[in-house]
Design a protein. Structure first.
Length: 135
């Protein structure tokens, strides 16, 4: 068996690419690509390691999770949180504290896990990763 297990939560692959504002197909500006790291809480239990990842506003189709014997790699994309068309167009930026765009988080594990038994659940903006300890 392959010691690395890739849990696919993403059904449609795609990347954010360049952030642009276009008028009549003329690119006015381009934002630099950056990767942000989502916050986590990690717990070592008797039989497993459990990791909770804060991914508010991230659709589960935009999450890739790779489980290796001693590390977890989490990546994906969060779309820019901004007012929708029905709410009116923003005229002034008051604060911009929510990270968006591509993200990646590598979590080194303190013990070897059974990647075949790993699973994840995405609910209410939290991704829970269950990693059974190797016996």
């Amino acid at each position: 068996m392959d010691p690395i297990r890739n849990i696919k939560l993403r059904w449609l692959h795609g990347t954010l690419g360049d952030v642009t504002y276009q008028v009549a197909r003329v690119q006015l500006w381009r934002a630099a690509a950056h990767k942000w790291q989502p916050a986590i809480n990690a717990f070592r239990c008797e039989t497993a390691i459990k990791i909770c990842v804060d991914l508010a506003g991230v659709d589960k189709t935009s999450i890739d999770l790779t489980v290796e014997p001693q590390r977890v790699v989490l990546s994906g994309t969060r779309e820019t949180p901004e007012p929708a068309d029905g709410e009116g167009r923003a005229v002034q930026m008051l604060a911009l504290e929510i990270d968006f765009g591509p993200f990646e988080r590598v979590i080194e594990l303190p013990a070897e896990v059974d990647s075949e038994g790993a699973h994840a659940e995405h609910e209410n903006g939290l991704l829970w990763i269950y990693l059974p300890l190797k016996k």
